[in-house]
Write a protein that binds this ligand. Structure first.
Ligand SMILES: [Zn+2]
Length: 460
């Protein structure tokens, strides 16, 4: 078999790897490139291989940087199968439609402001068409992707439905197992199960996002969350949490539910102020079959996300009404890096009040407004206007859904312990300098490891 690296090679977005064997071509993921607008737009418009050559797509999980170009494939004429776990399929129904909506609004916005009309990358119809092509296959059920390539999903413990992909590729008389890690989660994350370490690999494609960093513990994150809410509520302030709609928001709600039950935080109202977060929470509720049954709340609570203090605000009017509401409260709103979404108007009204806290629960990339706020300057620009920053700023690092250096190393050690014929390990999905350091560390551990360049081809 041959593997060609295409997206998330020496970078963190655009996950897409090309597997060729027995005259067939399979795409592993088809994710969106994100980052600098013009450069990302250019990359998102080019296809990894001509559509007619793609025999199937195997998707690891629903995050847009792994799934976000599926509607573009369809818009370009792709009509063969896409495989995913059932929860990933259902998350895609919500997330790809939202992504298409963003593409359409961006195109309209640019046209309105006198720029030349550039059609959206894809439309909501294309996103719907993707759903018609996805076959949902549960964890641990082996299926044929194409003749000669069998696939088994195991739980990657990263977000709802996330999978590591085991591909058994038979060519002539030999069968080799290629493992694609997808994004690797962490032990002890709320709601979802711990990652399952794949076995019997001959070659591995492995993510390396946090190859050089360790996180705060998951339990430590929950304690910091509780303390931040107690302190802010005691001042009479509100807690403003910029959050990704998928995974992070549900994990927060789950923790808040537990903390209020335990009396560890006061019974103040909690607003989930994001239509996408509301929809993805519904998808979570549709898939209790993949929840972690070893967690107390999962088995005890009738409703994980609908407890007495939670309010879901869908309309823009409901959202704006929060600006004049009184008393301490928690507001969870997108976007996670404060680049867009309703969190912006909450900050316009709340950033200058020293009783409030802006609480970051995710990584803030360079160049984003979130990163600027983390630096605690006296003022920040929101909607082009200066806003005084007098609210407290708190970061919690332990909510990451990605394995850290120690966990990634344990994962690949675990794979090796059951893989007597382990060959190459290819690192993907990481910044180049992080990958170089992680390659060096794994080489010392005796791995045949590299971080392949985009478009490089490797025979296994
Ligand atoms: Zn992911």
């Amino acid at each position: 078999m041959q593997i060609e690296f295409y997206g998330a090679a020496r970078e963190v977005t655009g996950s897409c790897h090309i597997l060729r064997a027995n005259g067939k071509t399979i795409l592993l993921d088809c994710g969106m490139f994100q980052g600098h607008r013009a450069e990302a737009a250019e990359k998102n418009k080019s296809l990894p291989v001509p559509i007619a050559e793609i025999d199937a797509v195997v998707l690891s999980h629903a995050h847009i940087d792994h799934s976000g170009r599926l509607p573009y494939l369809v818009a370009q004429g792709y009509s063969r199968k896409i495989f995913a776990t059932p929860a990933t399929r259902d998350l895609c129904a919500v997330m790809l439609r939202d992504s298409a909506h963003i593409q359409e609004s961006d195109a309209e916005h640019l046209a309105k402001h006198g720029k030349t009309y550039v059609p959206p990358l894809y439309t909501q119809q294309d996103a719907t068409r993707v759903q018609e092509l996805i076959s949902g296959v549960p964890y641990q059920q082996t299926f044929d992707v194409v003749p000669g390539i069998r696939c088994t999903y195991v739980d990657a413990g990263h977000i709802l439905g996330s999978a590591s992909v085991l591909l058994d590729v038979t060519e002539g008389a030999t069968t080799k197992r290629l493992v694609f890690s997808g994004d690797i989660g962490r032990k002890g994350l709320a709601i979802i199960r711990d990652p399952v370490v794949p076995t019997g690999a001959n070659a591995v494609i492995m993510e390396s996002t946090y190859g050089t960093r360790d996180h705060e513990s998951v339990a430590g994150a929950r304690d910091t969350l509780a303390k931040t809410i107690r302190d802010t509520a005691a001042r009479g302030g509100r807690i403003l949490i910029p959050s990704f709609a998928v995974g992070r928001t549900q994990e927060l709600l789950y923790n808040l539910n537990g903390l209020q039950r335990e009396g560890a935080i006061p019974n103040i109202p909690i607003y989930v102020d994001s239509p996408l977060a509301i929809d993805t929470t519904t998808v979570f509720e549709m898939h209790p079959e993949v929840f972690d049954r070893s967690e107390e709340l999962v088995t005890k609570a009738k409703e994980l996300f609908h407890f007495p203090q939670v309010h879901f605000t869908r309309t823009a009017d409901e959202s704006k009404a929060l600006n004049t509401a009184q008393g301490p409260m928690v507001i969870i709103a997108a976007s996670g890096m404060v680049e867009a979404g309703r969190i912006l108007h909450h900050l316009v009204h709340g950033a200058s009040d020293p009783r409030n806290t802006i609480l970051f629960v995710g990584y803030q990339a360079e160049g984003t407004l979130g990163r600027a706020i983390e630096g605690k300057p006296p003022t920040v620009k929101i909607y082009g206007n200066p806003v005084e920053l007098r609210a407290q700023v708190v970061q919690i690092d332990g909510y990451s859904a990605h394995a850290d250096r120690t966990e990634l190393t344990a994962w690949i050690e675990g794979v090796r312990s059951t893989s007597p014929a382990l060959g190459p390990v290819f690192l993907v999905h990481g910044e180049a300098d992080v990958q170089d350091a992680f390659v060096a560390a794994l080489k010392i551990q005796g791995f045949d490891v590299s971080a392949p360049e985009p478009r490089s081809q490797h025979d296994v």
